[in-house]
Write a protein that binds this ligand. Structure first.
Ligand SMILES: Cc1ncc(COP(=O)(O)O)c(C=O)c1O
Length: 346
């Protein structure tokens, strides 16, 4: 049975080309540095993002964790968004495992952290009361406010602020290719100001597993040790990296299709009198929307009813949903979803 699964782009499964590449991958022991497919993926990823080196990791969470462990020591502080994935959804790993102190600042509806708030959060030097600030972290696209892309100009201004204070900048770029696509900029230019970037090969790029952390050669060597510490040294990981190479080479140029499908869904929803939606916030592959107060169904009840139409939709709370488009969602699926919603809400 085919499900129209809009819960996330993490639900994507590998393409036939990825499965073939995985079956045929040349492999070796990656902890010895011997896996040619992993080595190639790390090199291709670094070049694509304009950095010196890359590190293949098991997940976006692991990429962000080892990046922060490599940037910060115990008791150091990272400034990050109060709705950032790393702050909210990564199980407090930076504190639990790294003793890193998170200093959250507000995420605005456009996904940015106000520059003034970042500046105010940077600790003055030489005062023993404060944890020393080491790092600023951004998220692009910013998932919790609707998958909104952060511009190159904004990222550059945060990078300049970081340099002014001797800090580093990390980007959680789980969906950085969605951001680059939506902004119409080269991905390397978009992350030029960052010292490190994590991006996901799974999610919209369809690989089954994995993310890559990129940065300077020296930084990646430190991160490689941190990956080993958290048990992320994999052996014949070329089987996974092979799918990642297909993701990087063939899946980034088509992300505009997912954005067009998100737009199609959002515009259809905007025409339904029962739905509340801000069309301006739909800029990549995420559509956040809500049920108006007079709709008798709750979001979880509606989500349950949609299962009878083979649709999986994630309620965010009692009234709101997040729908995410991806490679396995076609325009005809979106039309089916709109028709099914119309039936259930009539
Ligand atoms: C913005 C963002 N960062 C990081 C992650 C973590 O990725 P993973 O699920 O691979 O650990 C996610 C996962 O959805 C995410 O949305």
């Amino acid at each position: 049975m085919k499900w129209i699964d809009l819960r996330s782009d993490t639900v994507t499964w590998p393409t036939d080309e990825m499965r073939r590449a995985m079956a045929e991958a040349e492999v070796g022991d990656d902890v010895f540095g011997d896996d040619p497919t992993v080595n190639r993926l790390e090199q291709v990823a670094a070049e694509r993002l304009g950095k010196e080196a890359g590190l293949f990791v098991a997940s976006g969470t692991m990429g962000n964790l080892v990046a922060m462990l490599a940037h910060c020591g115990r008791g150091d502080e990272v400034i990050l968004g109060d709705q950032a994935h790393t702050f909210v959804y990564e199980a407090g790993g930076i504190s639990a495992l790294g003793g890193i102190h998170p200093h959250p600042v507000p995420v605005l509806p456009d996904g940015t952290l106000p520059l003034d708030a970042i500046r105010a959060a940077i600790r003055p030097l030489g005062n023993t009361h404060f944890p020393p600030t080491r790092l600023i972290a951004l998220e692009n696209t910013q998932g919790t406010v609707g998958g909104i892309p952060l511009s190159k100009a904004y990222t550059d201004s945060v990078g300049a602020l970081a340099r002014e204070h001797g800090l580093s900048l990390h980007i959680d770029g789980a969906r950085i290719f969605n951001a680059a696509t939506a902004l119409g900029v080269d991905v390397a230019a978009l992350v030029e100001a960052a010292d490190s970037v994590t991006f996901c090969l799974s999610k919209g790029l369809c690989a089954p597993v994995g993310s890559v952390l990129v940065g300077s050669r020296e930084f990646i060597e430190r991160a490689r040790r941190m990956r080993k510490i958290v048990g992320g040294g994999m052996r014949q990981a070329g089987v996974l990296a092979a799918a990642g190479l297909v993701a990087l080479e063939h899946m980034t140029d088509r992300l505009h299709e997912d954005h067009e499908n998100a737009r199609l869904l959002a515009e259809g929803l905007a025409e339904m009198p029962q739905i509340e939606i801000n069309l301006e916030s739909v800029q990549t592959n995420m559509v956040f929307f809500g049920l108006k107060d007079d709709v008798p169904l709750s979001a979880p009840q509606l989500s349950e009813r949609l299962k009878a139409h083979n649709i999986l939709l994630l309620p965010l709370n009692a009234r709101r949903f997040r729908a995410v488009t991806h490679y396995w969602i076609r325009p005809e699926d979106v039309i089916w979803v709109l028709a099914s919603l119309q039936k259930e809400l009539a």
